[in-house]
Design a protein around this ligand. Structure first.
Ligand SMILES: [Zn+2]
Length: 602
């Protein structure tokens, strides 16, 4: 989410026209022990007629809908003197207040017991607030300035947020609704570690980790130094950090067993929730590097299809393969460059990305644009019915990262450029200027960076608008890396999940996947396996043991039950197409240099 600088000018105009338009929020959690908060939103300068107050249905950085209105109750409306006003529910989460004289205060109780990047967690130890999940807002007052005050239940509590500090330590302001909604708030007995980052233009920014968790070994400062090393590698990709509003960037980091694993990017902060105890080890850095990369890629280099963000419905984006996928690629790569992940270990990621593009149906059959647009269903979208994602969807995170890998390697081999050059060009053209981009704009930038329009058209036609296969072997060979079959020479019938049910029957627990032997044999999710090769099986291991005795091209007979009907089929075994990456034994000096330039410190 972003705050348009142009909005400041528009706001001044608004202020002139409706000098009194302002929205005030009050927050307290006197019944925190039962996860309740008391909230009020007061709007002044309302135009005549009905005023519409509502809860959001979506949240910046999340693309599916989340019905935040489900967790509020005790809804009341009053005027400036505290007299009751008429409030009517128009929809599940939309309320209409009538009979007012320009001022309405709506108050409600909020229940929140799920601390992560999307929802709310309230208890006696503190409050973890994602704004769209917490606060109602007033339709038509998007540009009205906002003041929010927190009543702290405990004198040790501190507040961390990217909101602008106000008149006292518990008051903050926002220039308008979009900015407010993008600014999560963490309240509790927080610990801090901080450092300074200076850009080539000599401007410095304060970085801090606002930490919620136990740190028995006093590792937080040391961990902050590790995060700072990662930040430096990210800064090197773009040449500079963004000019953070109010001079600082905050990692709101909850690392404790009482939160749910997530990471959510924001303009000058990120909400990180890791459901483990804090150790300060390198393996807790991954979510930091991914989310931090977003302060360029998606927060400022922003897809036009989600700008401005709509809080009333899902937001369909055609470029999550770049916004999330390229961020995924760099999130891992930055830790290699900063020395936290060894290049050898990174090859597992490389192999995984090759498999994503080569061996998943969503990437074989559909473009990354089509997969991005599915985020409105898959991005923590909740459904009761079964889906067929295994056969038609590949995550835009890994799909996009697989494209980033191919593009990075190709730019290096063909043009003596790197993906960093492309990202820096996007930053200059769309990020620094905060002009939202389109997919054709990305293609044009690739043409400019490579000075080769034909290449850019070809790449986008084949791999972004299309879903052509990518031959990774020659690209990786330049870096002295070879691809080999992960299970060479072993009989394989497809990747399926097998489980034993409470009646001690072995059953297929996931969709079987198109073009694999088990799919072609007609086996489907929920089918119960009775025997393979004449041997009765009830456990996965028994099934695996039978398979292990077979060779590629063998035919095995399977007896199974589908809806109480016993059936028989035969499966012709193949070799798994999945590959792994390894450094070539005979890699040349120039191949090693290519790999070091790619994975080495910047
Ligand atoms: Zn992300």
């Amino acid at each position: 989410m972003r705050y348009l600088l142009g909005l400041a000018a528009a706001m001044l105009l608004t202020v002139t026209l409706f000098a009194q338009q302002h929205v005030y929020y009050e927050f307290s959690s006197p019944n925190g022990v039962h996860h309740e908060a008391e909230i009020s939103v007061a709007a002044e300068g309302l135009p005549q007629g009905a005023a519409i107050f509502r809860m959001s249905r979506s949240s910046p950085g999340r693309y599916a809908t989340h019905e935040f209105g489900k967790n509020i109750y005790n809804i009341k409306a009053t005027d400036k003197n505290g007299a009751t006003l008429s409030i009517k529910k128009l929809e599940g989460d939309v309320y209409e207040v009538t009979g007012h004289k320009g001022y309405v205060k709506v108050s409600y109780t909020l229940y929140g017991n799920y601390a992560d990047g999307t929802y709310v967690g309230i208890d006696e130890t503190g409050c973890h607030l994602n704004i769209p999940a917490t606060f109602m807002w007033v339709k038509g007052l998007d540009n009205a300035p906002i003041t929010i005050h927190f009543n702290l239940q405990n004198k040790n509590w501190k507040i961390a947020t990217q909101l602008k500090p106000g008149n006292d330590a518990a008051t903050f302001t926002a220039p308008g609704l979009q900015y407010f909604m993008d600014s999560p708030v963490k309240i509790g007995d927080l610990s801090f570690t901080e450092w300074t980052v200076t850009n080539p233009d000599k401007k410095s920014y304060r970085f801090r980790i606002a930490f919620d968790g136990k740190d028995p070994n006093n590792k937080l400062d040391e961990f902050g130094k590790k995060v700072a090393r990662m930040v430096k590698q990210a800064q090197a990709v773009f040449g500079e950090t963004p000019a953070y509003d109010y001079g600082e960037y905050t990692f709101l980091a909850s690392i404790n067993p009482y939160v749910f694993g997530d990471g959510m990017e924001h303009r000058n902060s990120t909400m990180i929730t890791t459901g483990n105890d804090f150790t300060g080890e390198d393996n807790q850095l991954g979510v930091f590097s991914h989310e931090f990369f977003h302060c360029w890629n998606v927060e400022r280099i922003r897809p036009k299809t989600i700008e401005p963000f709509n809080f009333e419905k899902s937001n369909t984006c055609d470029a999550l393969w770049l916004a999330e996928g390229f961020t995924q690629y760099y999130g891992v790569l930055l830790l290699v460059r900063a020395g936290f992940t060894s290049p050898e270990k990174y090859l597992n990621t490389v192999g995984g990305l090759v498999n994503t593009k080569t061996n998943t149906l969503g990437a074989q059959l559909y473009s990354p644009i089509e997969n991005s647009q599915r985020a409105v269903f898959v991005d923590a979208g909740v459904a009761v019915d079964k889906t067929n994602y295994q056969n038609m969807f590949t995550s835009y995170y890994t799909y996009g990262a697989a494209l980033a890998l191919a593009l990075d390697l190709e730019l290096r081999a063909k043009y003596k450029l790197t993906l960093d050059d492309f990202m820096r060009a996007l930053w200059k053209k769309y990020g620094k200027t905060e002009i939202a981009y389109t997919v054709p704009g990305l293609e044009e930038t690739l043409a400019q960076v490579t000075n080769d329009k034909k290449y850019a058209v070809d790449f986008f036609t084949k791999y972004i608008y299309g879903h052509d296969a990518i031959d990774y072997a020659p690209l990786l060979a330049n870096a002295g890396i070879e691809l080999n079959r992960s299970f060479a020479g072993k009989a394989w019938l497809g990747n399926i999940a097998l489980d034993t049910n409470k009646n001690n029957q072995l059953f297929i627990a996931s969709n079987t996947i198109k073009n694999t032997p088990v799919y072609n044999a007609g086996l489907d999710i929920d089918d119960i396996i009775i025997s393979i090769d004449g041997k009765n099986v009830t456990q996965k291991k028994e099934w695996d043991d039978v398979l292990a005795q077979h060779k590629i091209n063998d035919v095995v007979e399977v007896v199974y039950k589908h809806r109480n009907e016993t059936k028989k089929t035969s499966i012709t075994l193949k070799e798994s197409p999945f590959v792994k990456a390894a450094v070539k034994a005979n890699a040349t000096e120039s191949e090693n240099a290519f790999r070091n330039a790619w994975l080495g410190e910047k």
